[in-house]
Design a protein around this ligand. Structure first.
Ligand SMILES: *Cc1c(COP(=O)(O)O)cnc(C)c1O
Length: 423
């Protein structure tokens, strides 16, 4: 039996109906934007392995930092202790985060980063004796799969089974050109009820919804409404963080800065699972008290893992090199060129680009579901042709490692163009 076959015996994969899927390719090696399976077939990783890997697979700089840390201090508990890598990483993050972000809480993945933000928003109010127990979020948002993060995510068959066990969340539409006034009014009405602890959003791009994009001006307005009404704003930058939008953070496009930020995915360059939630001083001070009960009683075993911190330090240094910044601009310009070429194609409904993110909606007869026929046809075509792209319904998006070569990008574009002929 090969790896693909052995895999099926014990492994339960994410978002997978095992009864109806084919064997999964078994990847045995990665280098820069390329992956190889056990049969030697080559793939271009055009989605940076779920958006975690901007600097390429098996990156030597990050690998060396990890090795050095593993052989110096692989892990120490963060409860009652600290260590040099957590101190250095927080200091480094302070230099690139919006200046109102002053405190950092470490965890393991995007969902836990969101859980922490939501719990902090609720407990901040609880500590002050204020009853604010609900959250505002965007329709079709994705904030993760744990209970709090799932509650804040859009309603779909992903979460249907858990309705009734979830935190109370009220959803407002995603701002598109034309509905801004309506959303502003809706948010104003909600915040004035004094029931909401926070508004959580994916800034400028809703990733899992299919790279749906909206303008910084409207988000600035929504944040300012929340600020005026003492509702915390949580920017979930788990996907957008560390250069994806062309700036370090999507919130760098904003005038009004959020009260909390959630980061993960590209934080360690796709090596060690790690996440963090950042806060203003004001929020931290809401827990700072002689009364022990006002502390944040939340923690994860591997919180601020030194090896993860070392990987993140190396990753951020890579992001800050001129070479990487040039790569981001190069990929962006390349996307714009492809966009102008493909946008008038008869099968293309719309296109959009922000930073290294490109998305294209294929014209569909009916509303295409997340795992619909067209989606599967496209996905299979891409994999057959050695390009890893995971369409969301009829939306095909590219979010490549920044170091993807010009030639590899051309192949990704060409494969998408060819795929339009088969749907
Ligand atoms: C992926 C993602 C999450 C969840 O992160 P996990 O590490 O998968 O738990 C949360 N928010 C956004 C915006 C994401 O893209």
């Amino acid at each position: 039996m090969n790896l693909s076959q052995r895999d099926k015996k014990h492994n339960w994969h994410p978002y997978t109906q095992h009864k109806t899927v084919a064997d999964f390719p078994a990847i045995v090696k990665g280098k820069e934007a390329l992956l190889w399976d056990e049969n030697g077939k080559e793939y271009i990783d055009a989605i940076a392995s779920w958006w975690v890997n901007p600097y390429g697979h098996s990156n030597k700089v990050i690998a060396n930092a990890i090795y050095e840390q593993l052989t110096t201090l692989e892990h120490v508990l963060f409860g009652g202790f600290t260590h040099n890598k957590a101190v250095e990483l927080s200091e480094k993050l302070m230099k690139i985060l919006p200046s109102n972000q002053q405190k950092i809480f470490y965890s393991d993945n995007g969902s836990t980063a969101v859980e922490v933000a939501i719990k902090v928003a609720l407990q901040y109010n609880y500590n002050k004796g204020i009853k604010k127990t609900k959250i505002i979020a965007f329709e079709d948002a994705f904030h993760g799969d744990t209970f709090g993060a799932m509650a804040a995510s859009g309603i779909s068959f992903f979460t249907e089974a858990f309705n009734g066990s979830l935190l109370e969340v009220v959803r407002i539409p995603i701002p598109t050109l034309g509905n801004e006034e309506e959303i502003i009014k809706e948010l104003e009405k909600l915040v004035q009820t004094n029931q909401f602890a926070a508004f959580i959003f994916e800034p400028l791009v809703l990733g899992a919804a299919g790279m749906i994009m909206y303008q910084p001006e409207i988000l600035d307005k929504l944040i300012s409404i929340c600020k005026q009404n003492n509702v915390f704003t949580i920017a979930d930058e788990v996907m957008t963080g560390f250069g994806k939008t062309g700036k370090t953070f999507a919130t760098d496009y904003l005038k009004n800065k959020p009260d909390m930020m959630c980061l993960s995915k590209a934080l360690t360059g796709g090596t060690i699972p790690m996440a963090l939630t950042t806060f203003t001083q004001e929020i931290f001070d809401g827990f700072y008290d002689d009364d022990v009960n006002k502390a944040l009683f939340h923690g994860h075993t591997f919180t601020a893992n030194p090896t993860g911190c070392a990987a993140a330090l190396a990753s951020i240094s890579l992001l800050q090199t001129n070479e990487m910044q040039d790569n981001i601009q190069r990929v962006h310009q390349s996307h714009l060129q492809f966009e102008s070429k493909i946008k008038n194609h008869t099968k293309v409904k719309t296109t959009r680009v922000l930073g290294v993110i490109f998305a294209l909606e294929v014209k569909a007869e009916n509303q295409e579901s997340y795992y619909g026929t067209m989606r599967n046809k496209l996905y299979n075509y891409f994999i057959e042709n050695g390009v890893i792209l995971r369409p969301v319904g009829n939306i095909v998006y590219i979010l490549p490692p920044y170091i993807i070569t010009k030639k590899q990008l051309e192949k990704v574009y060409q494969t998408i163009e060819n795929a339009l002929e088969i749907v």
